[in-house]
Design a protein around this ligand. Structure first.
Ligand code: 5GP
Ligand code: MG
Length: 208
């Protein structure tokens, strides 16, 4: 018996557009996009090469400052083929504000033994320098063989504590950014791009 013809609705399938480039969807809460998903990917890839040049083939221990550095750490780790160990340290200083509320403090500390190990500390943004300086002090007390620091973004003009990272993704001006792991009141971390949050939304929201 012959089967009836099957008609597939084309509406269910993504159609190719004339453009080879997909128009990026910009989140309505963003005033502007600072770095697109593609720009971030390219820079993370080249940072991986910089790390490889610095560490060679040796093992090192990554310490990621969470939550902000989670996405950056996950992507950067996959750009290197060295044997690596991963530990996280949880620091807070912001709450539901866009300016640091003073002294950062440790909420959850390290679990791996890093004595005699080469360490790469990873954070999303180096801003006043207080957070990285705090974690730098904690790590150095544990006698690592070496400590290098990698940040995705550097707001260089905002430093209150002198600190230079060994690897920097992008130097940025003093704007409050969200996306690619970075939040405002715990939102926007899942945006694939990095953008400037609209100023009128930079106040403690009712949903927080
Ligand atoms: P610092 O202690 O250097 O002043 O601040 C570093 C931390 O503040 C970063 O790890 C990051 O979590 C947070 N931070 C600094 N600037 C921004 C920003 O523009 N957006 C977001 N979401 N977090 C920021
Ligand atoms: Mg942070």
């Amino acid at each position: 018996m012959r089967r009836p013809p099957v008609f597939v609705s084309l509406a269910n399938y993504p159609m190719p557009t004339n453009s080879t480039e997909e128009a990026p969807k910009v989140h309505p809460d963003l005033e502007s996009v600072m770095f697109t998903e593609r720009e971030i990917k390219e820079r993370v890839k080249s940072l991986g090469k910089e790390l490889k040049a610095a560490f060679g083939d040796g093992e090192f221990t990554i310490i990621s400052i969470i939550n902000g550095a989670v996405l950056f750490t996950a992507d950067l780790m996959r750009e290197i083929d060295n044997p690596v160990r991963l530990d996280c340290i949880r620091i807070t200083s912001y709450g539901e504000k866009t300016q640091s509320i003073g002294t950062p403090h440790v909420i959850h500390s390290l679990t791996l033994d890093i004595s005699g190990r080469h360490v790469l500390l990873i954070d999303d943004i180096l801003d006043t320098g207080k957070t990285i300086a705090l974690v730098d002090g904690i790590i150095r007390k544990l006698n690592p063989a070496s400590l290098r620091v990698c940040v995705l973004l550097d707001k260089h003009g905002r430093r209150e504590v002198p600190y230079e990272a060994d690897f920097v993704g992008f130097r940025i001006p003093d704007r409050f950014v969200v996306g690619y792991g970075m939040d405002f009141a715990e939102r926007y971390r899942n945006l694939p791009c990095i953008g400037v949050l609209k100023p009128e939304l930079q106040k403690p929201p009712e949903w927080a």
